[in-house]
Write a protein that binds this ligand. Sequence first.
Ligand code: BGC
Length: 734
Amino acid sequence: MHRLWTLKEFPFHPEKLLHHETIFCVGNGYLSTRASFEEGYPKQVPATLVHGIYNHAPGALVPELVNAPNWLPINIRIDGTLFQLITEAIDFLHPAKGALLGYQRTLDMESGVLRREVLFRAKTGSIVRLVFERFASLHDQHVLAQRVQIFVIDGNPEIIVESSIDGDVDNNGYKHWGDFNVEAADNMISIGAKTQQSGYRIGMASKVKASGKLRAKAHGLQPTISTKFTLQPQETATIDKITTIYTSRDTEEPLADAKQKVSEAAKKGYDTLLVKHRAEWRKYWDSSDIQVDGDEEAQIALRFVMYHILIAAPRNDDRVSIGAKTLSGFGYKGHVFWDTELFILPTLTLTQPTIARNLLMYRYHNLSGARNKARANGYEGALFPWESADTGEETTPQWSDPQPDGTRIRIWTGDSEQHIATDIAYAVLQYWHWTGDDEFLRKNGAEIFLDTAVFWGSRAEAKNGRYEISQQIGPDEYHENIDNSVFVNRMVVWHLQSAFNLLNWLKNNAASDCERLVQQLNLTPQRLDHWRDIIAKMYIPFDEQKQIHVQFPGFFDLEYIPVPLYEPRTMSVQAILGHHRTIKTQVIKQADVVALMALLWDELGVSHQVKLNNWNTYYPRTDHGSSLSPAMHTWVASKLGLDETAYEMFQHAAEIDLKDNKGNVRDGIHGAACGGLIQAVLFGFCGLYINAQGKLETEPRLPAHWKQVSFKVYYRGKRRSFTIKNPVAVPPSE
Ligand code: BGC
């Protein structure tokens, strides 16, 4: 069973270097570190990204999450031969640079430990087996641990080990850090630095335990501890390197705290730190593991996506959130999108509710940015930014990077993808329904929900005897600045209707909070009447004859291109046709009407036949050009009883990061695809929902070959275990 917890690379795949750097990432909800090698490798992209540390480089359009100093470097010389993975054409007898004889790397997702074993021959002929291990402690988020073991197979080599922290780091060439303070003394090396524009300070310190005399030296920006010793045949040496990290987001004195912590942690030692780290992971998995019997690939994929959500999820900080690419790469500059609330958050709401609350509090603390955005656009209430960083102000760039022909494309999402206001509100209500966390709702959630409703009240346009909403981008971003996106208009109706339910609840259960919010948000009777009017008269584009929702009026006048004709393909249809042409076609980037069905399902108030018609209309037009798309299609296909397609889409979603089927995993994990996969299983295949009487129910449609699925969720503070057998569901056992 153990291997269903393990991701493995065997043998070394240099051509997948950057893909593997991303998927083998370690992290602990405070930071993540890409799986770059201790000894380095040409063109590798080492990165440690720490939640909340953004910086705006001069000339850049927007701020980005900053690459922290690299804590990984450990260089090893065996009889003078520098250990590295590059080998020349291998001449086993006379290797000039040494020879790599064996390689295997595993990520144990059960305990968050990355391990690499290599067999290496030095030019003198000495052969060693090297085992590298690392983890980012889940027990103490400021502690990072590495161990290297050297086993002598042949020869009696002299070993030199140099361990450093590297402050000379960049984000795609740009160096964000300045004001360095590099020190080395008494077997301790450290680096302090400050981001140049935002002024965040960082402090990191390392200590090493190894044979030989340890010498610490401050070379430039790479303080190093080195040691030298000789090993006999069959002898083993162990080198432990413990590193600590603090930023000015945690403490006034990050460098001093890092130094103090490293002494404490090094005293405990690697083994003790590992025991505590594993114990924390056990707790995590005890709440979050989904077990699938009958499909090993699905089992691995589900653990993989959950692992990546858990290492990105801030456990002790409610002023940060999970970026679209988690903390595993530079893609989207570490910015936070709707991906978090509609794709990642539900998984946490159900299995780690305190973390889900942190993520929602991030939005609460950033309401001022959302209010600024609404006001700057001439509206009331709160309009959350499409892309958000540390300040909560809009951080979507207005222009793309230069295209192959040198031109830049205007990015409209920051202006027009306003549905994020409702997506966040949806997540607030979903969190409340599942957790029953009334306190959060009263103090924070209701304010988010109602002030985003205020925004829509001021945004809807009274036109043609009804309400319309112009200039929007729905989830399908290929069609920009359209009028009356059915996704947007219908979700707004849901938002305003739910605002009335919420106000009612507050009136009956939290009268003083209700009064406070009515005053603060100016929820006058006139405003509420206006909302009622919008609910009654909102234009919901619908084709009565075809009995389908219309994605937006005019959509079907565009050129029809059946997307399946382009199969098999590895590129999106948009990449094949180009931006300007795609915009003029009916090719849809991702679930849009399908997303509307997923989110509202029963509340949509249409028949099963209409839902099926919608599916049959939009599915063949969908490019899945966004990684968010396949999982949502799995969920909906499963609810519609389209079992084969549901499983096909499930596999597509499961492979996005594991197989790099979009070719961009080098930029980071697709966080929304990870969360989406879990939603697809829980809400789709298992059909988990809260019924009208407030009870948890399942309406399972497991893929034919799945024997059973087991999982636990928290519901209103209690943990409930489910085992769903195929085809009959067994009721909750706890
Ligand atoms: C998708 C968006 C998503 C963003 C970040 C885009 O390609 O279309 O829906 O929010 O990526 O993942």
